[in-house]
Design a protein around this ligand. Structure first.
Ligand code: FES
Ligand SMILES: [Fe+2]
Length: 429
């Protein structure tokens, strides 16, 4: 028996049954907790985190957090157990402790470039709408009508006001209730108390950030520098100087739905290029993988790799001399290479499902070079499809009773180890 085999922790074959039972119990228990903002007092817009804090945390999931030990050095550590990637109650805990706290990237400023532009989205159970009013001010709200909870806006586009599709209540772009239809005879109703419930919003470079945590002030938009510092921690200057180039133009969006836990995609991104020579042969030919380096910061990890060793017979080179891959905890990636920047936003849709949104930005001068753009996007798409196959395969392996935890390759997987440590600390509250 090899060393590797003796060290493997084999999960008992009956554990999935126990595990599913406890998950179900946790889910039922969780449903008895008032869902945040389901009934908000009319005079008191509240925050998700404070509502979540009032609710008892799902204890089954909390006990799973301790199945990972972040204190062990990477050379000795086990990766988090598969339950972190499969248990529905664990996702509930992640939403409460990770996604409903701090700043979260939700889109890009191009989506609300001009007055009256808006876009909608969902994170966990939070439905939100971001818009720019006629004065150019940006706002964000829970996208839920105050009458009977219908979703208000859908998709994206331009609107001078939001008219509820259900009974026609109408809201201004600053959230004020402009018109409540057919309420003749109603008592104790103050229209000023029935505006849309605001969310804290900020922009930094091309990114739109929302914060579901803190109680909102009348002026919801938070100064860019403050939000950026809170979002990226100690890495704000490095990212601002070497990663985010405001001169790049927004080009397009691609979305992928993956049958895997959101962290599987993040882990795959954070393996220090380990999988690239095996799984992305086309990409590997354009990178000097020996030059790969990783640094970790408070909430960010940076992976850098030199490009330029392309074997392409033609001179097509989308990667340039250096590729920089920045991961902003918990779920946002900024990839800077050659004339390109693309961002990946990883959204949990369920314990075994996530969506990854790619936004592409390009140097203005190349925007009209259709051949270059098309070929770059095709190459990028090929890499994504290769990654989807890997991630969905990993999810299936995580569901298997044969697997519980793995190990880290210490010289390459430190960004992943850093990510798991941040998750642990957040999940412990
Ligand atoms: S639910 Fe929106 S107007 Fe009735
Ligand atoms: Fe990959």
């Amino acid at each position: 028996m090899s060393m590797a085999t003796t060290m493997l922790v084999i999960k008992p074959l009956f554990s999935p049954l126990i595990h599913h039972q406890s998950s179900r119990t946790a889910r039922l228990h969780h449903h008895t907790i008032p869902t945040p903002l389901r009934r908000v007092p009319t005079h008191l817009p509240t925050s998700l985190a404070s509502a979540a804090a009032a609710a008892a945390p799902p204890s089954a999931a909390e006990s799973l957090v301790d199945d990972f030990d972040p204190e062990l050095p990477i050379e000795e550590a086990l990766t988090p157990p598969s339950s972190w990637y499969t248990d529905p109650s664990f996702l509930d805990l992640e939403l409460d402790r990770i996604f409903y706290r701090g700043w979260q990237a939700v889109g890009c400023t191009d989506q609300v470039k001009s007055p009256q532009a808006f876009f909608t989205g969902r994170l966990g159970s939070v439905e939100f709408v971001v818009c720019r009013d006629d004065n150019g001010k940006i706002h964000a709200f829970h996208n839920v009508c105050r009458h009977h909870a219908s979703l208000l806006a859908s998709g994206s586009g331009k609107k001078s006001c939001f008219v509820c599709p259900y009974h026609g209540w109408t809201y201004a772009l600053n959230g004020a209730l402009l018109r409540a239809t057919r309420i003749k005879g109603i008592r104790n109703f103050d229209v000023k108390e029935f505006g849309l419930i605001p969310l804290k919003v900020a922009t930094w470079g091309p990114f739109v950030l929302l914060n579901f945590e803190k109680d909102v002030s009348p002026n919801q938009e938070v100064e860019s520098d403050i939000a950026a510092k809170e979002w990226t921690g100690s890495c704000v200057d490095i990212l601002g100087n070497s990663c985010i180039d405001p001169s790049l133009t927004y080009l397009c969006r691609r979305e992928y739905t993956l049958e895997c836990n959101w962290k599987v995609f993040c882990d795959n991104y954070l393996d220090g290029g380990y999988h690239v020579p095996y799984a992305h042969k086309g990409l590997a030919s354009g990178l000097k993988l020996d030059s790969y380096s990783t640094t970790t910061h408070e909430k960010v990890s940076l992976q850098i790799c030199e490009g330029g060793s392309t074997d392409n017979a033609d001179d097509f080179d989308r990667l340039g001399v250096k590729a920089l891959y920045a991961f902003i905890y918990p779920n946002f990636m900024i990839n800077r290479y050659g004339p390109w920047m693309d961002t990946n936003l990883v959204l949990p849709l369920g314990p075994r499902k996530c969506r990854v949104i790619f936004d592409y930005f390009l140097k203005d001068s190349l925007e009209d070079d259709k051949i270059f753009v098309e070929r770059s996007l095709q190459d990028s798409e090929r890499v994504q499809i290769e990654d989807i196959v890997l991630c969905e395969g990993v999810q299936k392996g995580l569901e298997s009773p044969a697997y519980c935890s793995g190990r880290y390759a210490p010289t390459v997987e430190n960004a992943m180890y850093h990510f798991h440590g941040l998750l642990y600390r957040n999940l412990k509250g």
